[in-house]
Design a binder for this molecule. Structure first.
Ligand SMILES: [Zn+2]
Length: 352
């Protein structure tokens, strides 16, 4: 692996995540329950088809070769075997992920399901520099990983990084980033909660890690001379993405109306059910038991599972509940990802 040349003289251009909305969690939630919400809230249900659209043809960054690099980045994540799907669509109104190229806005992406909070004409991912260089290709893979729900690895609290903070502010305040102090704090100095990161180790080879020149990191001592910009998806990145989005092999279990299915899930795991309604009418879908669950319903249209409706009851003392009209003979798939359980620990799903 070669060192990003810019790190010998200064910092390269860095991804700048926009400020994120943190959930306002009730103070009486148990640490286990609150931690599961912080970790899982940004992740998609596995099997989701994420549609992406380009808002321009490369803007003032470059030509359509820029778009090709983003397409390759999506494909490279998909080729790891994950259960998410990516599909390019022409109309931004049909896309959860909207991509713009604007040189003066840098490179960035919202994290995971936070993209759903963004207005349907606004970008959720931006690129501010050429993506055809080795560093640019890594940038595209990094931003796609944000969209999959991953944060910055140098902000992993398990890294134990002690910064020369004023030096970091000064370095980032100059070119090529020209960041105000709050951007530097938000993207570099701020530590994530241990609950927000997958696993309990720092992965300095992660595609979500920035490279840094000498002098910005005081501890761990071996990184005083700097850290190289990771240029590819690491083995641990692959392990983590497959933990959240494992390859979908088994067909979902078919469920009849009023038939209750026990959800035997660990925190973060997902159960899928196939629903083929015997008649056309309004149905209710519900989870039971003391649990927080993300519940999403998809309908098969032209061979593709499209989002119908969903609900996230995390942090609330009720259960996941969907009420919607289902059409006789159509095929639906309900997917439930468990945050955590308490009380008896038992959880079930039923529709009727
Ligand atoms: Zn980033």
């Amino acid at each position: 692996m070669t060192t990003q040349p810019a790190t010998e003289t200064g910092v390269p251009p860095y991804c700048a995540q926009p400020p994120q909305t943190q959930p306002a969690l009730r103070a009486d939630l148990s640490p286990n329950r609150a931690g599961a919400i912080l970790l899982i809230r940004t992740k998609w249900v596995n099997g989701t088809i994420l549609h992406y659209a380009f808002l321009d043809e490369g803007g003032d960054v470059g030509g359509t070769e820029q778009l090709d690099e983003v397409r390759r980045a999506f494909r490279e994540w998909k080729d790891l075997g994950i259960g998410l799907e990516f599909e390019e669509v022409p109309d931004p109104a049909d896309a959860e992920v909207r991509i713009a190229f604007r040189a003066d806005e840098g490179s960035w992406s919202y994290v995971g399901r936070d993209v759903l909070l963004i207005g349907s004409q606004e970008p959720t991912m931006g690129y501010g520099w050429d993506l055809t260089s080795r560093y640019g290709k890594a940038t595209a893979r990094h931003e796609v990983a944000h969209t999959l729900g991953f944060g910055h690895e140098h902000q992993n609290p398990f890294a134990g990084i002690v910064w020369d903070e004023e030096k970091v502010y000064t370095e980032l305040g100059g070119p090529p980033n020209n960041w105000p102090r709050q951007t530097t704090f938000h993207n570099i100095l701020r530590k994530l909660s241990p609950d927000e990161v997958t696993g309990s180790h720092w992965n300095p080879d992660s595609i979500m890690q920035y490279g840094f020149p000498a002098g910005l990191i005081l501890q761990p001592e071996r990184y005083r001379n700097g850290i190289e910009s990771p240029l590819s998806i690491s083995a641990l990145d692959k392990e983590h993405v497959l933990q959240w989005y494992p390859t979908l092999t088994a067909k979902p279990a078919k469920l009849q109306p009023f038939e209750s299915a026990a959800l035997q899930l660990s925190s973060g795991e997902q159960a899928d059910f196939e629903i083929v309604p015997p008649e056309t009418r309004k149905y209710e879908l519900r989870t039971f038991g003391d649990s927080d669950v993300l519940l999403v319903l998809f309908e098969e249209l032209d061979g593709e599972l499209r989002y119908v409706t969903g609900e996230d009851d995390s942090g609330e003392d009720r259960n996941g509940h969907l009420e919607t009209k289902l059409v006789k003979g159509h095929r639906y798939v309900a997917r439930a990802r468990l945050y955590s359980t308490w009380g008896s620990g038992g959880t079930a799903f039923m529709y009727w």
